[in-house]
Design a protein around this ligand. Sequence first.
Ligand SMILES: Cc1cc2nc3c(=O)[nH]c(=O)nc-3n(C[C@H](O)[C@H](O)[C@H](O)COP(=O)(O)O)c2cc1C
Length: 312
Amino acid sequence: MEGVVDHIMRDLLTRIGGIDLCVTEFVRVSNELLPPKVFYRHCPELHNNGKTPSGTPVVVQLLGGKPEPMAENAARAAELGAPAIDINFGCPAKTVNRHDGGASLLKNPARLFDITSAIRNAVPLHIPVTAKMRLGYNDTSLALENAKAIEDAGASEITVHGRTKTDGYKPPAHWDWINKINKHIDINVIANGEIWTIEDYQRCRQESGCADIMIGRGLIRYPDLALQIKQQRHNRQPLPPVNIFDALINLFLASRQESKSNRYLCDRIKQWASLLGLGHPAAMQLFQTIKREKCPDSIYSHLLAARNNAQI
Ligand SMILES: Cc1cc2nc3c(=O)[nH]c(=O)nc-3n(C[C@H](O)[C@H](O)[C@H](O)COP(=O)(O)O)c2cc1C
């Protein structure tokens, strides 16, 4: 998730457990072959066999509309050790769509085919090429055709976010539509959208007919959601405040170690505290306390104090 799930967040979340696979933020491809440093920046896990420190594979995500540069850059990511390449056919952002990438490509199935097959031909066969799509741009009229184009081009899996670009992030996610796509093609379909609880997970699997699911915002709000799902824990207790504050402290320390700016550090902690706060009242209380702070040291003191109080 662009602007939210970088390698630090992937490390924190995969340490908690239950996650089979992560995807990087998107690497934007326009015309040229990007230098290795760009791939390492998006995916430092390439230095670790393409895995997080706890061993979860990290797929490199590419976004762009031109087959040739997409293929060249996919080949480079593969050379650098990416365990798989995922293509973004779902981003709804105006700037991305204006520059011919993400969901705007869903208007033309032939373009999905051209981009996917160029990448498939450029990447060694043992490295999977996958794609993520929405149900369409303005409507679902091309949903099946788009999915088929991606399959025919040689992708081995498609993740479907059960909404059109126009739907944005407005609930519901149409898991029944994912089912139609799942029935229409032979490759594995992964269902995505609006999974916040273990019950959502079960309903989504049932309604979509998909065995596998992808979780986005649900894991940011409930970092142990994948673990609960894996362990089939129905009598769900939210993570105790002390674990939540520990996670925020770890995010702070890891981000500070990378010499990020003060502004970045503060925004990062506030961002996750506010998102965690939607599921954990203690995090919301912390967010209210720090939301106007501009000094990382004071934010860190508040984090430590909150953690100490939670332990008592
Ligand atoms: C802040 C944010 C950033 C996102 N970045 C990406 C991205 O880089 N690539 C992508 O395929 N989807 C991206 N998404 C979409 C999510 O992967 C997911 O499809 C969507 O949020 C629906 O799933 P959810 O209800 O589990 O969050 C992003 C979503 C959000 C809210």
